[in-house]
Design a binder for this molecule. Structure first.
Ligand code: SAM
Length: 244
């Protein structure tokens, strides 16, 4: 009940207004202005994607899950942009679920943003598909990787006819690869509900259970490999290795 009120229309307005004043939101994460490769701006998923494009000279972008082209897709500065979303209102280039898109097309990309169906199984499949289509030196970014409460990590979006903020169980798809893929580098930046970054590299695979929300809440920093925006800017100031 508490989260329903906090995530209601006025609760959200209050939280966001306060967040803008102190440049930090306990749910959303860092909202401060930082020096990204494309200029000084407030931290967000869009700022992080555009930073990766600018630093790495990426030329092709795929967005899985669009909702409205104006909310993110049109803010991404890349030569070639492709969108996938089965909802006709999204006006995506490919108006089909991501599984169908990957089954029918073999386009390759420098950068993929995963923000479609918010279930762990689907995000794991989207990640595996995106990895198989990634050009050398490419990266995959994911939204909603750091749900702050059990309420935000609920299974379904709708709550009594309303749609309060929702991260779903997307994080579980990311966690599945944290537990088995030593050949990847995986991190989550603490802004905009957690922006995941995955690319060929290396990592100490996560040894804990990492299955339930309690597991996440108990060991969030290690399970997600959570980093600050400041650390992101230090780690990703030069292009990724194209030889991996
Ligand atoms: C949270 S919205 C995306 C928001 C957008 N990326 C942004 O940052 O503003 C999630 C979108 O995923 C779409 N979606 C749901 N299931 C999907 C699937 N299997 N494949 C692709 N998109 C899907 C929904 O229709 C919805 O528009």
């Amino acid at each position: 009940m508490f989260w329903r009120i906090a995530e209601g229309r006025w609760g959200r307005k209050l939280r966001r207004g306060f967040g803008r004043i102190v440049s930090w939101d306990p749910f959303f994460g860092d909202m401060k202005h930082h020096d990204f490769a494309q200029g000084r701006m407030r931290a967000s998923r869009i700022a992080i994607v555009n930073h990766m494009i600018r630093v790495n000279g990426y030329r092709s972008y795929l967005e899985i899950g669009v909702r409205r082209r104006s909310s993110m897709f049109e803010e991404i500065h890349c030569d070639t942009r492709i969108s996938v979303d089965p909802d006709p209102a999204a006006e995506a280039d490919y108006p089909v679920p991501s599984d169908d898109y990957f089954a029918r097309h073999d386009h390759r990309f420098d950068i993929v943003f995963i923000d479609g169906n918010h279930t762990g199984d689907q995000v794991e499949r989207d990640l595996e598909h995106a990895l198989s289509r990634l050009n050398p030196g490419g990266a995959i970014l994911l939204h909603d990787m750091n749900p702050p409460t059990r309420f935000h990590a609920r299974e379904v979006y709708e709550v009594d006819g309303a749609y309060p903020s929702w991260n779903g169980t997307s994080w579980k798809g990311y966690a599945a690869l944290r537990k088995k893929r030593a050949d990847l580098t995986m991190r989550v930046v603490d802004t905009d509900w957690g922006v995941g970054i995955v690319h060929p590299g290396s990592q100490d695979i996560y040894q804990g259970p990492g299955k339930s929300f309690d597991d996440l809440a108990r060991d969030r920093k290690r399970l997600l490999n959570l980093i600050s925006v400041h650390e992101f800017l230090r780690l990703y100031r030069t292009p990724l290795n194209r030889e991996l």
